[in-house]
Design a protein around this ligand. Structure first.
Ligand SMILES: Cc1cc2nc3c(=O)[nH]c(=O)nc-3n(C[C@H](O)[C@H](O)[C@H](O)COP(=O)(O)O)c2cc1C
Ligand code: SF4
Length: 517
């Protein structure tokens, strides 16, 4: 009998020793004369259990984790026997953290070999493309419109409407650009898809190409993601060999091909227009809109720019229909959201669920509170430009409009948890500092205002002219919010003002300085 194990090659698992564990298990199996087959997968996203090793059994895959190389011998012995081991987590699919999710986009992540097109197809891959080809371009666009899918990169713009605009813009050449810059703090869902189920992204891009009349796609990946870039390259090569990409995709009359481009590393290159500049070989600087990328995008041609998660949801919508997807969620937030729990959290990882779950459920229940064991004081949702929410706002449902109504944003779905040792004045200063460092420099409120913002917060922290500096800070935030060309400057006030509004005590002048004021 051959022992069949699954061990992730996901960067998060590798960072905690998955490669060493795989090597130790191979050596242990050789010592124990056990025939072994190790399939390298993506991660299931239960990061506190990584490196997680799964074993194929007649009842399904059984998980063990977190495994250290020193446990390889006992693990091999256990799985060849009755399976009992202190690290045994039971059937993977029955682990409550995984079982309570609705995995639509992430259905195959951690399950399949990400470099095998065959494995992808065995697990249902390719059916969306098949149906899109049967539907034709216009009906495919309509299917995406009707699904209610909104862009998962941050702005939440309806994906189908964007596609329709590109489809209706006449041009010789159109492009599909996948935004895999994933710069938001506490986010890793794009990376997980590229490392765990790259074909779903390729299929989503091919469907987008058919729908809008584009023959060429680019995946723009941040340089900090070398594993994702390598897996994408391997998957693209396999997709070309297997006919998923090429001159006649899936035997049709449509041509579509994809290339990977690696960015040089700038948060602002995630903004779609500076991403396009970067793709064109220029320095990433934000372009004024109009024209929209949908009209004049890459090399001046009509371009769909979509986030990895938006495109990865497409094959499932194309296959199962708009109504299937739309049935999940609440209000105008339809479908599921792959939420990423990070920072000081006990159970960090990827939690895909329908919109509508509350922030409190996510942080306390799913996340299990802080890793440090201290009380949760604040969470930042939606990346470095997202607001800090206190416990008093934990009843907010995960929904674009509900967060906006409370001066927040869900962005790319990242939640960063902080315990009660956090200094919110420092966090507010950090938001200004981040903006100053990452600003593309094109407009004055952001380029100059962020540096002035740091200085003003420093003065508040030092207790200098507190009242006057508070007014100045609010004024500055107003200028940034309404005077910036893009959301980097425009949203920096969110973390700053939310820290000030919800945690005013951290901005209070120490009593000694108050006396001097
Ligand atoms: C400063 C800044 C950084 C951004 N970073 C990203 C990013 O890393 N990934 C992403 O998909 N979208 C990012 N966006 C949003 C993109 O501009 C754009 O809205 C998105 O790629 C469109 O795809 P979607 O509609 O599928 O979300 C960023 C926006 C701004 C202003
Ligand atoms: S807001 Fe900042 S990043 Fe955006 S265009 Fe202006 S200077 Fe550039």
């Amino acid at each position: 009998m051959t022992l069949r194990l699954f061990i992730p090659t996901d960067a998060g698992a590798l960072a905690v020793g998955a490669e060493e564990v795989a090597a130790a298990i191979r050596a242990a199996a050789a010592r124990q004369k056990v025939a072994l087959d190790i399939v390298r997968t993506g991660s299931r996203g239960l990061y506190w259990l990584e490196p997680m090793v799964e074993v194929e059994t007649s009842a399904g895959r059984v998980a063990y984790g977190p495994v250290a190389p020193g446990e390889a011998d006992s693990l091999v012995r256990a799985v060849c026997g009755n399976g009992a081991h202190p690290l045994r987590q039971g059937l993977t699919e029955q682990i409550p953290w995984l079982k309570r999710q609705t995995r639509l986009t992430f259905a195959r992540c951690g399950v399949i070999d990400p470099r095998s097109l065959e494995d992808y197809c065995v697990h249902g891959g390719g059916k969306g493309l098949e149906r899109a080809l049967a539907l034709g371009a216009a009906a495919t666009v309509e299917e995406i419109v009707q699904s209610g899918l909104r862009g998962r990169g941050g702005a939440g713009f309806p994906t189908g409407i964007k596609w329709r605009t590109v489809a209706q813009t006449p041009a010789q050449q159109k492009y599909i650009v996948c935004n895999a810059d994933e710069g938001d703090s506490g986010t890793f869902a794009d990376r997980m898809i590229m490392e765990g189920d790259p074909f779903v992204l390729i299929e989503g891009m091919a469907i987008a190409g058919i729908a809008v009349g584009a023959t060429k796609g680019y995946v723009y990946i941040r340089s900090e993601y070398p594993h994702a870039a390598a897996t994408m390259e391997a998957a693209i090569a396999a997709a070309r060999r297997g006919g998923l990409l090429g001159n006649r995709i899936a035997g049709s009359s449509f041509a579509f091909d994809v290339e990977v481009r690696v960015g040089a590393g700038a948060y602002v290159c995630g903004e779609e227009t500076s991403l396009l500049d970067s793709l064109e070989g220029k320095r990433g600087v934000v372009r004024a809109k109009p024209p929209l990328p949908a009209h004049k995008g890459l090399f001046g041609q009509p371009t769909v720019v979509n986030n990895v998660l938006s495109l990865a949801a497409v094959p499932m919508i194309a296959e199962k229909g708009a109504a299937f997807y739309r049935d999940f969620g609440m209000g105008r937030s339809r479908g599921t959201m792959p939420i990423q729990l990070a920072g000081n959290v006990k159970y960090g990882g990827l939690f895909e669920t329908a919109f509508g779950i509350t922030l409190g459920e996510l942080v306390d229940d799913v996340g299990g509170g802080t890793r440090s064991g201290r009380p949760v004081r604040a969470v930042q949702v939606g990346g470095p430009l997202g607001a800090y929410f206190p416990r008093a706002l934990f009843d907010t449902p995960f929904d674009y409009e509900a967060f906006a109504a409370r001066e927040g944003l869900i962005g790319h779905g990242g939640i960063v948890v902080f315990d009660d040792s956090v200094d919110m004045a420092k966090q507010a200063r950090f938001a200004m500092e981040f903006c100053a460092v990452e600003s593309c420099g094109k407009c004055t409120p952001c380029r100059v205002g962020s540096t002035r913002g740091m200085e003003v917060i420093d003065r508040i922290i030092r207790g200098e002219n507190r009242a006057a500096n508070m007014t100045l800070l609010e004024d500055l935030c107003h200028t940034l919010k309404f005077g910036s060309l893009c959301a980097l400057g425009g949203f920096t006030p969110y973390p700053v003002m939310s820290a000030l509004t919800h945690f005013p005590e951290d901005f209070r002048v120490p009593p000694r300085l108050q006396a001097a004021e």
